[in-house]
Design a protein around this ligand. Structure first.
Ligand code: HEM
Length: 366
């Protein structure tokens, strides 16, 4: 704990003289008889600055999480810190989402009063937002080509280089993947969980097939074809879990990002999350999904705000506006593979029994 080093004055500590001098509406600077200051530009600046401040805090927490994960081994208590900081990021997201509502108290006509003065500046150029995206695991190469152009094309040379350099360090996604790959428990001595799970899945799929076959006579040709096709897809989806080649094919087609080993271990955590040792890892994966989902929700919310303010006009940064933002909301997801793990869940009653020796490792009690 630090000792007090003498009196501190509130204004100095928070540097309020500088901080509160950073809101300079352009419509005030260029005001004349025909074009008076636009009252709502102050709100526009303050909401954006508040966002940037919270982005700074999110990055402060995200960077510390990346540092913890960069170690060869993550100690249990450090996993607790990761969960606590992810939870904070999630709470910040929820809170800043509400600020769009305050901005919506500005009408589209009020916005028009100063919008032209902003061109070509745009949220496109929020390097902190981009840094969060990249550090979470969204690479420039993952974006659709037109979006990639928007992503880099509107930035200064220095900002562009800085962002590209972040892509060379492991993202949260990559670090989670490496951590999951190191997770023990699924293969131990005689016990190979995946053989047991595969047997359980085969039995369930055989039952499904029997049900479909027994109902075929009652169905039209079209319904029959549809049900058989569904069954085939389900079988193939499960098969890809156990077949490295099929998994790699999905990865190369962009249908999957997480390695097969990491996927299997993440699934194990999901299936046995009530085991004490897996509770924290489950909470961590859950928070990563929450954060991903909150980003998507924010993107949709922001796309609607843009539509409300601009209709079908292009953005100040030159994109198609609402259309571009909606596409980014649909595509820019990081932890989709964790969401899709639900495909592989099977009823609790059919879960393979974990042998006592492995169960003991998953419990805190001795
Ligand atoms: C009147 C309110 C707002 C309007 C009309 C608006 C409109 C737009 C539009 C049209 C774009 C697409 C790029 C372009 O062509 O300019 C964009 C991008 C963006 N805006 Fe806003 N925006 C508003 C408020 C905000 C706020 C409060 C934030 C908070 C930081 C924000 C952050 C962003 C970000 C990060 C992007 C880049 C998104 C991406 O490329 O995925 N915007 N905005």
């Amino acid at each position: 704990m630090h000792k007090n080093r003498g009196p501190v004055y509130y204004h100095d500590y928070l540097m309020l003289n500088q901080f509160l001098d950073c809101q300079k509406p352009l419509s005030q600077k260029f005001a004349d008889k025909e074009n008076p200051e636009a009252h709502d530009e102050m709100l526009f600046i303050i909401v954006h600055q508040a966002y940037e401040l919270w982005f700074k805090q999110m990055l402060h927490d995200l960077n510390s999480i990346l540092k913890i994960f960069s170690q060869e081994k993550v100690a249990d208590h450090e996993l607790g810190t990761v969960v606590q900081r992810l939870e904070r990021i999630r709470k910040i997201q929820v809170m800043i989402g509400g600020q769009l509502e305050i901005l919506e108290s500005m009408t589209p006509m009020d916005f028009l009063e100063f919008r032209n003065l902003l061109i070509p500046a745009s949220g496109f150029q929020s390097t902190q937002f981009r840094e969060i995206e990249i550090k979470m695991g969204l690479k420039t190469g993952d974006r659709q080509s037109i979006d990639r152009e928007f992503f880099l094309g509107r930035l200064s040379e220095a900002d562009r280089e800085k962002l590209i350099s972040f892509e060379n360090s492991p993202s949260l996604f990559k670090q989670l993947e490496a951590w999951l790959e190191r997770t023990p428990f699924t293969i131990s001595g005689e016990f190979n969980f995946w053989n047991e799970y595969q047997n359980a899945v085969s039995a369930i799929l055989a039952e499904d097939e029997a049900t479909v076959n027994s109902n075929l006579a009652k169905l039209s040709e079209q319904e029959k074809a549809m049900q058989l096709a569904n069954l085939k897809t389900t079988k193939e989806t499960f098969a890809s879990l156990f077949d490295e080649e099929a998994h790699q094919k999905l990865v190369s087609e962009g249908g999957r990002k997480l390695s097969r080993k990491a996927t299997l271990n993440a699934l194990f955590i999901l299936l046995y999350r009530n085991e004490p040792m897996l509770a924290l890892p489950y909470q961590m994966m859950s928070l990563m999904m929450d954060i991903d989902e909150n980003f998507t929700t924010w993107r949709y919310r922001h796309a609607l705000l843009a539509q409300r303010m601009l209709g079908t006009k292009i953005g100040t940064g030159g994109s198609s506006g609402h259309t571009y933002l909606k596409r980014a909301a649909d595509n820019n997801r990081v932890f989709v593979d964790l969401f899709n793990l639900s495909t592989y869940l099977i009823p609790r009653s059919r879960l393979p029994q974990i042998p006592p020796a492995v169960k003991r490792q998953l419990n805190f009690s001795v």
